[in-house]
Write a protein that binds this ligand. Structure first.
Ligand SMILES: O=C(O)CCC(=O)C(=O)O
Ligand SMILES: [Fe+2]
Length: 197
């Protein structure tokens, strides 16, 4: 394991830390290939302003409890962790000294797949949610913006094998997104470990 220095984004009203090479490239490539195959990817429909759309990415929910996760009019029911997800979860838990219950996985198939502006502030995540977000595969740009102060924003490239940790008041005061890109790029897997109670 390669624990390069973490980078604190030093955002106002937030606590966001980036670990560029949390997993080395060999292990990251192994996880990418295995998870692409082993995760039971699905594409849900979401309803926004009365109109139904396919979500612009594939998702899956895993957990060590049977609690569902609901957001944007979707309710997801978890599957039990497979071996790789359990291993990744444990590695991150050792670093952060927390126990996650759940993992919401995202598969961005190409540059046209995306994740719009949102905060992960659902009730079942609690008051100050900690979210550990891992990237495998093609790197993508990640945006953050303050909900009330438009001069506070950040952009970061989430590279293969990286870990981004958002905690404290981040979800209360900030939004984040993964925008589309017109670049002809391949797949990215994102794992967001969460505590759902
Ligand atoms: O793909 C990412 O890096 C972000 C995913 C995300 O924000 C989410 O699943 O809530
Ligand atoms: Fe999110």
């Amino acid at each position: 394991m390669l624990f390069k220095e973490p980078i604190n984004l030093n955002l106002k009203d937030a606590d966001v830390v980036y670990y560029p090479n949390f997993f080395n490239s060999e292990l990251s490539n192994y996880y990418f290939k295995t998870l692409l195959k082993n995760i039971e990817w699905q594409q849900d429909t979401i309803t926004l302003f009365g109109k139904t759309h396919l979500q612009p990415r594939l998702t899956a929910l895993y957990a060590n409890n049977n609690l569902p996760y609901s957001y944007s009019n979707i309710i997801m029911y978890p599957k039990t962790f497979n071996q790789e997800l359990a291993q990744i979860k444990e590695t991150i838990e050792k670093l952060l000294d927390v126990s996650f219950t759940s993992c919401l996985a995202n598969l961005y198939r190409n540059g046209q797949d995306s994740n719009g502006w949102h905060a992960d502030d659902e009730k079942e995540l609690g008051q100050h949610p900690i979210i550990a977000s891992v990237t495998f595969g093609i790197e993508r740009i990640f945006h953050l913006k303050h909900k009330n102060e438009s001069n506070h924003k950040a952009k970061i490239i989430l590279q293969n094998g990286s870990l981004l940790v958002m905690k404290g008041s981040t979800q209360k005061y900030w939004l984040h997104q993964l925008p589309k890109t017109n670049k002809d790029i391949g797949e990215r897997i994102n794992l967001t470990f969460r505590i759902i109670t």
